[in-house]
Design a protein around this ligand. Structure first.
Ligand code: ADP
Length: 608
């Protein structure tokens, strides 16, 4: 690729990257990210682990047995009383215990809390202030956490929440883990640590992604109703961390999970899953932004190289592979506990693919067009060589053969030699003119800036054409008038004049007149060649400057021609800043007028 194209190409790819990153930051991009996360969550079956927590669930049946929500504190007390003896590791109670309640119930619950090891209660943030459990409960408990869960679909949880006065609570599950482990929580931003366990978290509030147990193997649970009916079920709570809370369908704190279950998950079960994530070290770490960005850059670069180096289908195949890698990388990362954002890499690879393919398509096409242009120009050159050059070549060939083969008078021999000489000169000139015009139109040649009289040059051309005209008894009449002072390439201009004159003679019947005259028109000079020949209609006039175009009448006239001459004349005249006017009508002759800028007076002075 040329330098400029490389620059464009790399710029285009960079634009694809920037656009992709911007798009992934839009609300739609973020939603796609979440959907992809949930999809991967469902697709990936993690290795099973032995749960370290258990739910003590207050379900509809338990409500019915105990007499409804007004008896909630009694239900919690009952549950604690029944499992206290088997020594659970800790008990997290996911029930708000902030309001007054009735004294008898409160006393019973406070006693139950006191008797059970490591009870953790929860508080809620109400307009920035913590609403605490009643003091009697709090004194009896080992800790107080917070109940907060994030978002509509609960994917992650803030491990701490800060209320007014920098009063901070750990989330219920972490608080339960802390009291169970008997070790303090250390802050080593961005992470947290308890003993030798480091919990990788993300700002702003020590965010932790929740690793949910699969729907077919949920956190085990025993309902209060079952426990009352079969008291030995209490043994299942031994050594476990218990999450005690309401699972009845009308539980207000239910949230959807990435698994997209038919019913949302009760808050108490979400807390149990948070606990499982921490206790079993099943962390899902978000890939650092820089790493994700690097991945995007690599994808774009891979696609860029594929399209720059690979041939058609290869580039597409490699591009498709890279795109698939972008699609599956988040899944692969997830299986290793790393969460890679989904939209940025996929958008980057996708846009880079489209941009690179489009660029390649257009550049290749452009190259093909230029190649085609080169080809047709070459063909035209060949055409020109074979047609225009044949006449002088035939003359040279014939004359030289005659000289070699036959004895002839000295005078005849001289004549032949002169003919060969003049025809080969003509040939050389033709080649030169053709090449000059080609180079001029390709912008490779600068026009010569000679000063000469237009009419003087025209008269010289007329003298050259006269023998041709005389054969058809055509008189060429140069009207006296002002000489037209011109600037430019004398040789090219001579070619143009000569061409107009030979055309006028060629396309006129015998015994007619050709008139040549010049006019001054302000800054311009007009030089006309007028004949009484076959003429053309307006449609034909519009086409005669096209290469190889000849009118039907011209073909029928028996005059040899290639249809190239006028196209070269037009190029020469336009390169000189002029134009050609043609008036003609069939059977009534034509008039070709060259309109050219006149030499400026001061430049004439300079030349003197
Ligand atoms: P050529 O004369 O070799 O065919 P030109 O490019 O010089 O090619 O001219 C293109 C065509 O324009 C001619 O074939 C002819 O049909 C038409 N033409 C040019 N000059 C005249 C003229 N003076 N009178 C009528 N037709 C002309």
């Amino acid at each position: 690729m040329p330098r400029r194209q490389t620059f464009e190409y790399v710029g285009l790819l960079a634009a694809a990257l920037v656009l992709a990153l911007m798009a992934s930051g839009t609300p739609l991009g973020r939603q796609i990210d979440k959907d992809a996360y949930d999809w991967i969550f469902r697709a990936y079956q993690p290795p099973d682990w032995a749960p370290q927590s258990i739910l003590l669930a207050i379900d509809e049946d338990s409500f019915r047995k105990f007499g409804g929500v007004v008896r909630l504190r009694n239900m919690v007390a009952e549950g604690l009383e029944r499992i206290a003896a088997v020594s659970p590791k800790a008990v997290a109670i996911d029930v708000v215990l902030a309001d007054e309640g009735n004294p008898a119930d409160n006393d019973r619950l406070a006693a139950a809390i006191r008797k059970t090891p490591n009870v953790v209660l929860g508080s809620i943030l109400v307009s920035g202030k913590w609403e605490e459990p009643l003091p009697a409960f709090r004194r009896a408990a080992a800790g107080v956490g917070h109940f907060y869960t994030d978002d509509l679909v609960s994917r992650e949880i803030p491990l701490h929440k800060v209320g007014a006065g920098l009063d901070r609570r750990w989330t219920l599950a972490l608080e339960a883990f802390r009291v169970g482990a008997g070790k303090p929580i250390q802050e080593i931003p961005p992470d947290l640590a308890i003993g030798d366990l480091v919990i990788p978290t993300a700002p702003p509030e020590y965010m932790l992604r929740i690793r949910y147990r699969p729907p077919d193997r949920p956190v085990p649970q025993v309902t209060l109703g079952q426990l009352v009916a079969q008291p030995d079920l209490a043994s299942r709570f031994a050594g476990k961390t218990v999450f005690l809370g309401v699972t009845a369908q009308n539980a207000f704190d239910s949230k959807q999970t990435p698994y997209g279950l038919p019913a949302p998950m009760p808050g108490v079960e979400i807390h149990a899953n948070v606990f499982e994530t921490i206790a079993n070290r099943l962390f899902l770490v978000t890939a650092p932004r820089a790493a994700a960005l690097l991945f995007c850059v690599l994808l774009v670069a891979a696609i860029g190289v594929a399209f720059a180096v690979g041939s058609g289908w290869q580039a597409y195949a490699i591009g498709a592979v890279v795109l698939l890698m972008a699609l599956f990388a988040p899944y692969l990362a997830f299986t290793r506990g790393v969460v890679l954002e989904f939209p940025a890499p996929v958008f980057s690879a996708g846009l880079a693919f489209v941009f690179a393919a489009a660029y390649k398509h257009f550049v290749v096409r452009k190259r093909m067009f230029t190649a085609e242009g080169d080809k047709s120009r070459y063909q035209q050159a060949m055409h020109f060589v074979t047609h225009e050059m044949r006449t002088p070549l035939t003359a040279i060939q014939g004359s030289s053969e005659l000289i070699g083969r036959y004895a002839m008078t000295e005078e005849k021999r001289k004549q032949m030699a002169q003919l060969i000489n003049s025809e080969s000169k003509r040939l050389g000139k033709m080649i030169e003119i053709f090449l000059s015009v080609e180079r001029l139109s390709a912008g490779q040649l600068e026009l010569k800036k000679e000063q000469f009289g237009g009419m003087e040059l025209m008269t010289a051309c007329v003298d050259r054409v006269r023998p041709l005209a005389e054969r058809k008894q055509i008189g060429i009449h140069v009207e006296p008038g002002p000489d037209a002072p011109l600037v430019g390439d004398r040789e090219l201009m001579e070619y143009a004049f000569y061409n107009l004159l030979t055309n006028a003679v060629k396309y006129s019947p015998p015994s007619t007149e050709v008139a040549v005259f010049a006019q001054r028109d302000g800054e311009r000079v007009r030089i006309s060649v007028k004949d009484q020949g076959i003429g053309m209609d307006q449609k034909e006039v519009r086409k005669i400057f096209q290469k190889f175009y000849r009118t039907k009448k011209a073909e029928e006239s028996g005059e040899v021609g290639t249809g190239i001459g006028l196209s070269i004349v037009e190029q020469i005249i336009t390169q000189h800043g002029g134009s050609i006017e043609v008036t003609s009508s069939p059977g009534h002759g034509s008039c070709f007028t060259l309109v050219l800028p006149a030499q400026k007076v001061n430049s004439m002075v300079e030349s003197n």
